[in-house]
Structure formats: structure tokens, C-alpha cells
Design a protein around this ligand. Structure first.
Ligand SMILES: [Zn+2]
Length: 306
């Protein structure tokens, strides 16, 4: 009798455990599944936001600029569309080999000065090259589009312009470069293939051997350009208009192809003030022609690829 009662208690206890176990499982399993699904929903929402933002860039192209340039659709491959510095018939005719070829190049823009620089170039009917950085404000977006729309060459000068990030490793250099190349393509429809290293290809700040980076650009079909004339506005502080003009045009007798380094930056106001005189002095020579950088422009390089 006692033994039977003991067995029964044992069975009841077992049954209790089974019931409690089942209840626990019924709570824990759905909770776990809910958490996993919840995380998945959040990650999908993030992806949707990123895609919506990308789409908005295409949809928000300013109306008054359409028609000035070709805006590529999302489906088109970058390489099939308008190329930076595409050589027009007009440009070809201008490439008179008997004349000095002068390339005005503006680094670090867009800036508050870009519009004024573009106005001056328009007034003198001169095409130039803008080595730009990545900026996302409305004024900069219009500046990129105006550069392209008015026939200048949109070239790259790194997205961040932060030496310690760009030159930290080959990977970080590539990441910064692709970011700018893709960004400019989104904003203008131009797949830029021209680059100027921050600090030039012979800079001594890079953690990476510059020959590795120049080799990478060569492999990627991107031409990099340094300069052989510096207008002198790279140094901090205000440089006088006279000095900038003299630096830009003073040595032209000895140069057949001049790549003039200038800066499109808010604090470089005298560069804008000197620009009309620099252009006039070069045009007055009668033996020189201004050209934008194109695929046909042989680069001037401080450091060659290995
Ligand atoms: Zn720069």
C-alpha cells in the first residue's frame, strides 16, 4: 500500500515537470523567434531608408539644370554614360600643338567662391578643371552640376581630404576614392576618371607607398595629375593678387604645357581676384590656349607608378 502511494507521488511529480516544461517552452520559443524577427525587421527598415535616400538623390535633380547635362538613370552602367572631359569637336580644334597649352586647375572645391570662379571663366570663355572633394549641401550640389553643365572637367581630389584617413592604408584610399567617384556620378551623371592626390603624388605624409596608389589608379583607368606651376595660394594667409599673377604667368616663356595649381576655397579670396588678370595676361600672349583636362591630356606627374 505504501509502495503504491510512493509510485503515485513519483508519477505526479513527473507529470508536473512535464507540464511546467511544456509551459516554459511555450513561452521561451515564441519569445526567441519574435526577437530574431524583430532584429530582421529593423535591419530591413535600415536598408529601405538607405535605398529611399539614394532614390531621392535621383528624383531631386533641380529642374532648371536638366537639359544642360545628361542625367543617367539608375539602370545605366556608369561607363555607358556621359564621361568627364569628353572631347567635343570644338575642344579638338582648339588643341593646336603649336600653342602653349594652359590648364587652369582648381583644388578643394566646391566652395563659396565656385560660382564667382565659374562666372569669370564664362566671361573669358575659358574651360578649366575642378578637382573637387565630397560635399553634400545644396549649394555644393549645384556647383558640381554647374561645373559639368558649363563644359569644365569634373575631376576628383578625394572625398574627405583628410590626409590621415586617406593615406592610412591602400584600402582606406580606395574606399575614399570610390565614395567620391560614385557620389559625383549620382549628383551629375559624370563618371570622373581624373584624380589629384591631396598633397600631390610626391607627398611625404602617406603611410602607404605612393607607388602602390599610383599603380592602383593606373589599373583602374583613372589618370592622376599634379602641377608644374603653383599660383602660390596653397600656403595659409592672404597672398597678394600681384604675387599670384606673377607666380602663374611669370615663367610661361620656358613652359610649353602649364598645369596651374589654384584653390577653390572660401578663404582664398585673392585667387578669385587674381583670376581675371591671370587669364588676360595669358590670352594677351597670343601663343597660348586654355584647355580643360580630357582623356587626351598627357598628365604631368611628380611621382610615376612603379
Ligand atoms: Zn587639396
Amino acid at each position: 500500500m505504501e509502495e503504491r502511494s510512493y509510485d503515485r507521488r513519483k508519477r505526479v511529480r513527473l507529470l508536473k515537470r512535464i507540464i511546467l516544461g511544456t509551459i516554459a517552452a511555450a513561452i521561451i520559443i515564441p519569445t526567441g523567434v519574435s526577437i530574431v524577427l524583430g532584429i530582421r525587421v529593423i535591419s530591413l527598415q535600415n536598408r529601405i531608408t538607405i535605398l529611399e535616400e539614394a532614390l531621392a538623390v535621383y528624383e531631386n535633380q533641380p529642374e532648371d539644370l536638366t537639359g544642360v547635362y545628361t542625367t543617367a538613370s539608375i539602370e545605366e552602367s556608369p561607363r555607358d554614360t556621359l564621361q568627364a572631359g569628353e572631347v567635343t569637336q570644338e575642344t579638338r580644334q582648339e588643341q593646336d600643338q603649336t600653342k602653349k597649352q594652359i590648364y587652369l586647375t582648381f583644388d578643394d572645391g566646391p566652395s563659396q567662391n565656385t560660382d564667382e570662379i565659374l562666372d569669370i571663366l564664362k566671361e573669358y570663355d575659358v574651360k578649366a578643371t575642378f578637382f573637387v572633394v565630397g560635399k553634400t549641401d545644396e549649394q555644393s550640389l549645384r556647383a558640381y552640376q554647374r561645373i559639368v553643365g558649363e563644359g569644365h572637367t569634373l575631376a576628383m581630389h578625394s572625398y574627405s581630404h583628410k590626409y590621415d584617413e586617406i593615406y592610412a592604408s591602400k584600402e582606406s584610399f580606395i574606399e575614399d576614392l570610390s565614395m567620391l567617384q560614385e557620389y559625383l556620378y549620382q549628383v551629375t551623371g559624370v563618371w570622373s576618371r581624373f584624380y589629384r592626390f591631396p598633397g600631390g603624388s610626391s607627398n611625404t605624409v602617406s603611410e602607404v607607398d605612393m607607388r602602390e596608389l599610383t599603380a592602383y589608379l593606373n589599373e583602374s583607368g583613372i589618370a592622376y595629375y599634379d602641377w608644374n606651376i603653383a599660383c602660390g595660394d596653397a600656403v595659409s594667409g592672404k597672398i597678394s593678387v600681384d604675387t599670384l599673377v606673377e607666380n602663374s604667368v611669370g615663367n610661361l616663356d620656358n613652359i610649353n604645357r602649364g598645369f596651374i595649381l589654384m584653390h577653390d576655397a572660401v578663404e582664398k579670396k585673392t585667387t578669385v581676384e587674381a583670376l581675371p588678370e591671370i587669364i588676360q595676361k595669358i590670352q594677351e600672349r597670343g601663343d597660348a590656349v586654355f584647355l580643360p583636362i580630357t582623356d587626351e591630356t598627357t598628365p604631368v606627374q611628380h611621382m610615376m607608378a612603379k
